[in-house]
Write a protein that binds this ligand. Structure first.
Ligand code: NAD
Length: 282
């Protein structure tokens, strides 16, 4: 039976550490502040933004929300980003996705100063991650690495297989693991022999968005299984991509959904905002 990774407890511990960090910064007259832009009234986004605001509140990070109507044009959005880029009191800027069509989210992400890009989506941060320079790393991959480190799970020399190649999870996670000397395979919807590849993984990470996608026959005995997926099952319950009940019997470590990677993502966002404030003052 696998050790079930308690992402909720770990995230709580990290938030407490971050709270202390903020106090230290405040003593040096540094006040980290996150600006969140939301366009339109997407219900899921409203929940995510509320969670981020709650986390900021708990840690002592200032928070300012910018709500734009769904008929906002690109020029207005870019102008707002420009204003926030230039505001000295704002350490980090987050544009909540999705934004309504026909707005171009890539253009908006690119407009955010890479020094305030706490989501790690700006091409400069993506490039710096690829060459192993100091940068902002997107929060979910950072959370996965933190989980592995906190549970003393070795990465160096291990075979890591990631299912999913998105710009926010799969690709940056592959860079993070490569920078830590793992041997990486990134799988996607066109991958052949997925089962065989996954069976070779010491660390198997699922970021697909389909419930019960990873079944026990895809998992090597003793593998570490990290489930990034967030799905709703037929009963409306939150589930991941992994067939948890069966895979748990084979894995050495496994993250549950909910309570695994999810809480770590928000904690890493807080970490990045504090980091941004610190770097801007240095
Ligand atoms: P995405 O839709 O952008 O990417 C999904 C990936 O899965 C694609 O690269 C695709 O090629 C791959 N895929 C689809 N079908 C496949 C198949 N049959 N075989 C192999 N690969 C296949 O999704 P995303 O934004 O990377 O998110 C993935 C999941 O992670 C979603 O459920 C999302 O909700 C969740 N997520 C969770 C967090 C968190 O904090 N826990 C953060 C971001 C995303």
């Amino acid at each position: 039976m696998a050790t079930i990774i308690d992402g909720k407890a770990l995230a709580k511990k990290i938030r407490l550490e971050l709270k202390e960090k903020v106090k230290d910064l405040n003593n040096k007259n540094i006040y980290p502040k996150l600006a969140v832009i939301m366009v339109g009234d997407d219900k899921a986004s409203q929940v995510y933004v509320k969670n981020k605001s709650k986390a900021c509140n708990e840690i002592g990070i200032d928070f300012e929300e910018f709500l734009l109507p769904s008929n906002t044009n690109m020029e207005t959005l870019l102008n707002l980003i420009e204003v926030l880029n230039n505001r000295e009191d704002i350490s980090g800027i987050l544009l909540q996705s999705p934004i309504p069509e026909p707005l171009n989210i890539r253009e908006a992400f690119n407009k955010i100063s890479y020094k305030k890009d706490v989501d790690g989506f700006h091409p400069i941060n993506v490039g710096k991650l690829a060459i192993g320079e100091e940068c902002f790393v997107s929060c979910t991959p950072l959370g996965v690495i933190k989980i592995l480190d906190e549970y003393n799970i070795p990465i160096d020399g291990k075979n890591a297989v990631i299912i999913g190649r998105s710009n926010i999870v799969g690709k940056p996670l592959s860079q993070c693991l490569l920078n830590r000397n793992a041997t990486i395979t990134v799988c996607h919807s066109k991958t052949k022999n997925l089962e065989m590849i996954c069976k070779n993984a010491d660390i198997l990470i699922a970021a697909v968005g389909r419930q019960k996608f990873v079944t026990e026959n895809m998992v090597k005995d003793g593998a570490v299984v990290i489930d990034v997926g967030i799905n709703r099952n037929e009963q409306g319950k939150l589930v991941g991509d992994v067939d948890f009940e069966n895979v748990e019997k084979k894995a050495s470590y496994i993250t549950p959904v909910p309570g695994g990677v999810g809480p770590m993502t928000v904690a890493m966002l807080m970490n990045n905002v504090i980091e941004a404030a610190t770097r801007q003052k240095n």
